[in-house]
Design a protein around this ligand. Sequence first.
Ligand SMILES: [Fe+2]
Ligand SMILES: [Fe+2]
Length: 354
Amino acid sequence: MNEEQQLHELDEKLRKLSVEGLWAQASAADLATYNKDPHTSVLPHVWKWDDLYGAIKTVGEMHGLDGKAERRVLRLINPAYLKMENRRQRTTTHTMLMTMQLLKPGEVAHAHRHNFAAFRFIVRGGGAYTVVEGEKLPMEEGDLILTPSMTWHGHHNEAEPIVWLDGLDNPLLFSLQVITWEPFPGGVQPVKKVGETTAPRVGTARPVWEKKSYDRPSYNLIYKWKDTYATLKNLSDGPGSPFDGVALEYVNPDGGHTMPTLACGIQMLRPGEATKTHRHNCSTIYHAFRGSGTTFIDGKRFDWNQGDCFVVPLWSWHNHQNRANDKEAILFSMSDQPVLEALKLYREEPGEGA
Ligand SMILES: [Fe+2]
Ligand SMILES: [Fe+2]
């Protein structure tokens, strides 16, 4: 028996013992994943508003899903993950999921809670409200509403059709195998009177009689568009960030990231503005809330218009450009930067000449 046959026999024997020799693994594919630069399976991609909104509107006009708003949801699946057999792996990036949901007038999305964190960013319509931990939060275009880990939440619509984007970290929790979900007993949680709404709170003020909770992170539940936009406008005469223009993060009351696993951002690219190139090892999912522009990702051009969503995979060189010379462009975004930072793994690099 030559050495090759001997190794083969040993491999067979080891497999039965649930053991594998590293000599069998030195393939080119393996080497590609261990490099001085990180390697990601996430692909850059743009989802067009007309396609997404068209699909959700069509389904909304059919009556089969009336009253089942939880199912009238579109998942934005990264092209790299389209063929994953398990639905839980068909996600927008390896750590994050973005979905689009339509809630019709008269509908209720029943209350529940889960340990994955989520938010909604309202993109079309208004007049609905979300109840988070008993607090009634009105939903209007451009508002960001958080439903942090383990907060009871449900949605109600008594006005016009409303469309929002949900951002979730459940791919991350799925890979950690710790996902939990539970319905609210009875389906609809009672709404607290204004005087009873103490914790979790709305805004940055904390009633002095309420003790700070150390067993869960602090957070705001709602960021109103009119406040967000006023802040962007106030900063728009300044230099901004070389890589992101006038960019803000929705911070929690301690000044930290939006939630422990997700950072939400909003940035204004002023008319004609083009940012410098950089890269970082967190991934970002964008939504073009206003205007139109182009993002170059690893030298490839990705045009976006109002309503489109797109992904910039981790460690890819990228910069943004507002294509209009007379109008601002506004990008909403979500990223997994807090996870990388918490694990002390975050890296960021400016491009050449930046
Ligand atoms: Fe939920
Ligand atoms: Fe970036």
